[in-house]
Design a protein. Structure first.
Length: 418
């Protein structure tokens, strides 16, 4: 089936996607029922190859995020305390309701105190919590609950929220939601929107699909009455026109909804984490810097630490398929998806367990940039044996390597494909 016109007699079955080439990855999905698979078909207008590609990409993201265990992941303290939002109550049909509190959110403070990757991972964790809540409601109510309702409190939205790194990060979060949780939003109500809201919305709406944009509703002064039309007052916090409170009488239900606040500067990490790096390289605009390592044993850990001056950078890990020659990222197998890192705000410190012998690290920039960095290969003594060599500068086996690139802070610029 292709295109948006779906026959009324059509009955979705998992075979729509299974008849592609998904049998090998179906066990990796959080669900294999008709309802789950239909989401991906709808998201791509029933174009089966596109739906399959979207689902495969989602599986890779789940692996990277360790989605099966992400609910037990504990975000950094600054995110737990100051990232606003939370799930509170259910609508009249049983769907979970999520509240986003925009005004008190200190986006700049968070980006100076935590890595962008942790902020995105935290939102991915929220999405998984909502997915689990839908599953629990489905079992409790005896009917399928697969969508969530969202309420965005935009009171206090100001110019501080339009800071470019904050807008870019929020755009990545929206893209993550669109690409990994299709057909999961029932409605999104905007309440207490200030005059600046249309400007802010125009900055991020291109990250949303047309279908999602149709679900965004800006409410007027009667927003409390409208919310009660869709949500029983007993399920709405007093703060938003209902009767629900915390056990201690808190009308904001702060035990469920985080209201954010200004991040104290003692959380800012760039100066606190100042350290001497083993290497520093200046990479000219349009060129790249590459360092290669040979990993002799599976189970070794590649660890990297870097910061940048003046701009963010991209970083990814790929499996190199040809030995002794430079390859484009598109010609290799992606292991760690290429992402932008705000390393000019928060120094990056990450690691990767190598399952294949051979590591190569490559950095690339779109503008002249000073990048202090260091990397090391940590060897598993159980595998390698005591005193075994860790790495070697040449290779005879496939490689894993990382790429890094900066993004220009100018309108209309594009990312160079390595």
């Amino acid at each position: 089936l292709r295109g948006p016109q779906i026959p009324q007699s059509y009955t979705p079955t998992p075979s729509c996607l299974c008849h592609g080439k998904l049998q090998d990855v179906l066990p990796s999905l959080p669900s294999q029922d008709d309802y789950f698979l239909l989401k991906w078909l709808r998201a791509r207008s029933f174009d089966l190859p596109k739906a399959e590609a979207m689902l495969r990409k989602h599986i890779e993201v789940r692996k990277h995020m360790d989605a099966d265990n992400i609910i037990t992941w504990e975000p950094p303290e600054v995110i737990r305390k100051y990232m606003s939002g939370g799930m509170c109550g259910y609508d009249r049909e049983g769907s979970p309701v999520w509240y986003e509190i925009i005004g008190p959110l200190d986006a700049k403070g968070l980006l100076f105190s935590a890595s962008k990757q942790d902020l995105i991972k935290n939102k991915f964790r929220d999405c998984e919590l909502l997915r689990h809540a839908c599953d629990q409601q489905s079992e409790k109510l005896g009917k399928k609950i697969e969508m969530v309702m969202m309420v965005y409190d935009c009171e206090g939205l100001g110019l501080k929220h339009l800071w470019k790194p904050a807008v870019d990060t929020y755009g990545e979060i929206l893209s993550m939601f669109e690409e990994n949780y299709p057909e999961s939003l029932k409605r999104l109500f905007i309440v207490k929107a200030p005059k600046l809201f249309p400007v802010a919305y125009n900055l991020v709406k291109h990250f949303l699909s047309e279908d999602t944009r149709k679900k965004v509703v800006v409410l007027g002064s009667n927003w409390k009455e409208v919310l009660q039309k869709y949500i029983d007052p007993a399920q709405i916090p007093v703060e938003y026109g209902g009767t629900l409170t915390d056990p201690d009488g808190d009308p904001k239900c702060s035990s469920k909804i985080n209201y954010g606040g200004d991040v104290p500067q003692h959380y800012y990490v760039r100066d606190q984490l100042a350290q001497k790096y083993e290497h520093s390289v200046v990479v000219n605009r349009g060129s790249s810097h590459q360092v290669e390592y040979e990993i002799l044993f599976p189970g070794c850990v590649l660890r990297w630490q870097f910061r940048s001056e003046g701009a963010d950078i991209g970083f990814g890990v790929y499996l190199k398929t040809k030995v002794g020659e430079r390859q484009r990222a598109a010609d290799m197998t992606e292991v760690l998806p290429n992402q932008r890192y705000n390393a000019h705000m928060v120094p990056e410190d990450g690691s990767l367990t190598c399952t294949t012998p051979g590591i190569c690290e490559c950095r690339s920039c779109l503008q002249t940039l000073d990048i202090p960095f260091q990397q090391e290969v940590l060897q598993d003594p159980k595998v390698a044996g005591e005193g075994a060599p860790t790495s070697h500068p040449t290779s005879t086996d496939p490689w894993l390597f990382t790429t890094m690139e900066t993004l220009l802070e100018c309108p209309g610029c594009s990312v160079v494909v390595l």
